[in-house]
Design a protein around this ligand. Sequence first.
Ligand SMILES: Cc1ncc(COP(=O)(O)O)c(C=O)c1O
Length: 511
Amino acid sequence: MSEITNLISKRAAARTTSHFTTGPTDGAPVGFKAHPNPLPLHWGMPNNGFFPIDSIDLNLVDYPFQKSLQLTNNSLENLSLTGSSNGGQSVTPPLQPTKNLKTIRIERHTTDPDLIDIATGLQYANVEGLKPLLNFTRDFINRTHKPGYDDWETIITNGAGDGLNKAADALLDPEDVILIEEFTFTPFLQNVKNAGGIPVPVKLTIKSGSQGLDLEYLTDLLENWSTIHPDKKKPKALYTIATGQNPTGLTQTVEFRKKVYELADKYDFAIIEDDPYGYLALPPYQTPSSTIKLDTFLTVDEYLKDHLVPSYLEIDTKGRVIRIETFSKLFAPGLRLGFIVAHKEVIKAVSNYSAIVTRTSSGTSQLIVNNVIQQKFGGVDGWLQWILKMRITYAHRRDVLLNSIYKSEAYKKKFIEVIDPKAGMFVALIVNFPEGTDFLAKLKLLVWKFAEYGVGVVPGINMAVDKKFSAEHANFFRLTYAPANSDDELIEGGKRLTDAINDFFEKGLEF
Ligand SMILES: Cc1ncc(COP(=O)(O)O)c(C=O)c1O
């Protein structure tokens, strides 16, 4: 039995599954011999011959924004060559497309065990996910974040939002406490509430070089729990977005994670690690150029060894960690596809819950993701190469936005600071209000200023677990370089934002 078994909610542990099509399983009469080839007159699943789709052709790109780069007669591969100073030697960019296919065909039937065909993908299926994709998730985790124990499994979900809801259900009974970074992905709070859980915020340190969670605060909180929260049960879990945290963009180092894990072990709680952004591990800011330099490309091995921050899974020896993954940020959000990695007992609890809430994830999404990864990218390493291309593109966007801010009057006058994120798609913009300022009132006014200047940002306070608890360190906004259509939009966005702040400060913090 794993340590995690004691942490599974009573509600989840009490669930069982059975299906009315299951044949007799107990007490076979003496002399019974199973027929070697029984015929299915029991399942209400339509034969795949009824499906109106015979094959699907998917037209694909080799790198993000390929079409727009082609308009300027560039490609990521070409761009990479322009940056090399190899004395005229010809070099092979490390990120050549593995299979170079522009189109892949998904057939009604295939015998390739790595692929999902239409007959399978569009059919009813098991709750855990279709086998080829499930195998991929295992191979992927083995390559990127191999857990420190053996009894782990994966299950396909409808994205991280769904994964989080299922993790909350698996752990939390009414009145159970879950620790949450004080600024967080707030939809999760509704999942906690839905399970009857009580969220308790943990302080974050929001400044450059910080790792997010305030470890001293957390340690003290746990040590003195019964004094600080005499009316609450001991925490059952910690929810953390440990890499490229939403909304602060902060990332915990592996040494830091080890300390947090030690606390989890000492005080017996689970860690829900939500990681939609971790694979977008970014190089430090550099002045953006119009070409992407070859030396900013990494091989997959270099990326895994030196850049990808290890997951909590890797230091987990007891199955305490529930890792929530998603294809939303690396493939596309509309797929509603992700997966959970956890101890098999947790996966069983999640699977039993899935059977009554979502059933299996969309087969269409599964077959598209799986077959693109296999047929186009050639499996795990090819998929990681695609991720490296996304990483370079995001790093460039981050650099363009930060550069626009660094050049501004507001930045030069130190009205603001930014945290250069080590991963993901969020930047915290800290506003240096004079001491004694009522942050919340001024932040509200600033948001009106931004609306007037024509730029949208998220006030940190909107993502607080408890606004009162966090009011004194809410002097920041979340910016993202993910949705912009072009570098020009990012430059202009940065300019509007900093002009608005400059205007606000020059008017003595008045509108
Ligand atoms: C931290 C975090 N968790 C979960 C999600 C939800 O992701 P999904 O689209 O996979 O449901 C998001 C989306 O923005 C997020 O930022």
